[in-house]
Design a binder for this molecule. Structure first.
Ligand code: UD2
Length: 315
């Protein structure tokens, strides 16, 4: 049993980590400003965790939240490429300054290891598939720059202070509890809810852009493995976390439409600014160093996710 701090613990990915850690008997402290996170996501475990309503920009409160903690999983962020394009300052503050505050807090509190939610957006539009961690990053959007800056900070804290940090580059994560009805929602949640409501989703561009869509259970597994991996293999390193398969948006739309018995074609709109065209991960580094093997494939992930939204948004 260990003490964990989950930043963004009331959010989509953070809450899955909280549930998994509580289930195996670990002590969990959640830090969340509840701007995009939801209390509802933590309801089943609320009595078994400590929750601090704190903004990542509040350095003192973040530092205090790190006291007594063994492992930090830093999921707190203001996500979304289009949000960062429209209004870069808030996400800059949360994603860069907030990440810095977590690292400083962790260093001063003597935390053993920080696992960081990095993003596949770091690769940008360079040639060469699948994406390998040794490729030079080419971030396109403010969001991609911010998440990459967090990685660089993580690595510097390992090199300079010896704080063990592990960066997990998530590739388009989807699953239960992803917010479906914000203009900045991930495409999967957005399409599912719209189809359930009988509304035609919009595909930005020609729909032939590809993503390595990854079910959230695989991310939970990767984080737990990243905590246990020997420092010699994991500390200061960056790992792709994905399924290692590329699916186009058109393909994904068709599969969702079948699962939801939705008969209409999408509306095609202009391409989104800052959008990456294609994304596909090489996951061999995570497999060799962490023992990561995706357990839930794309189709199974879609089925589980659709089932969850059906239950949650029925009627
Ligand atoms: C990026 C990162 C991802 C994660 C995420 C966090 C890449 C390749 N991926 O996801 O790892 O960090 O940011 O936010 O950079 N789309 C539509 N219609 C809609 C909504 C989206 O066509 O209503 C398209 C969108 O233009 C894009 C794809 O769907 O081509 C996926 O969009 P997204 O916002 O779900 O995720 P993305 O790829 O920006």
């Amino acid at each position: 049993m260990a003490n964990y701090l989950i930043t963004g613990g009331a959010g989509f990915i953070g809450s899955h980590l909280v549930h998994a850690l509580v289930a195996r008997g670990d002590q969990v402290r959640v830090l969340d400003n509840f701007e995009t996170g939801l209390k509802k996501n933590l309801e089943p475990v609320w009595d078994r965790i400590e929750v601090r309503a704190v903004d990542l920009a509040d350095a003192d409160a973040v530092q205090s939240a790190c006291e007594g903690i063994d492992y930090v999983m830093h999921e707190g962020a203001l996500p979304s490429v289009p949000r960062s394009v429209k209004e870069p300052r808030p996400s800059h503050r949360t994603n860069i300054e907030g990440t810095f505050n977590v690292l400083e807090g962790a260093r001063l509190a003597g935390v053993k290891r920080v696992i960081y939610a990095a993003s596949s957006s770091a690769y940008g539009n360079q040639p060469g598939f699948p994406r390998v961690e040794t490729m030079a990053p080419q971030p396109l959007s403010p969001y991609a720059v911010q998440k990459l800056t967090g990685e660089l900070y993580m690595q510097a804290y390992w090199r300079v202070y010896g704080l063990e940090t592990v960066c997990l580059r998530y590739f388009n994560i989807f699953g239960a509890r992803q917010v479906p009805d914000s203009p900045y929602s991930g495409v999967m949640a957005r399409f599912i809810l719209m189809m359930m409501r009988g509304e035609r989703p919009t595909v930005f561009g020609d729909g032939e852009q590809g993503r390595d869509f990854t079910h959230v259970e695989n991310v939970v597994q990767a984080n737990l493995l990243a905590v246990d991996a020997p420092a010699t293999l994991a500390a200061g390193r960056v790992f792709n976390i994905a399924c290692g398969q590329r699916h186009t948006l058109n393909e994904t739309y068709a599969l969702l439409a079948t699962l939801l018995d939705f008969k209409h074609p999408p509306i095609y709109g202009p391409e989104r600014e800052g959008d990456v065209r294609d994304s596909l991960a090489d996951i061999s580094a995570a497999s060799a160093a962490l023992g990561y093997v995706p357990r839930i494939d794309f189709e199974e992930g879609l089925r589980r996710t659709v089932a969850w939204y059906r239950d949650e948004f029925a009627g």
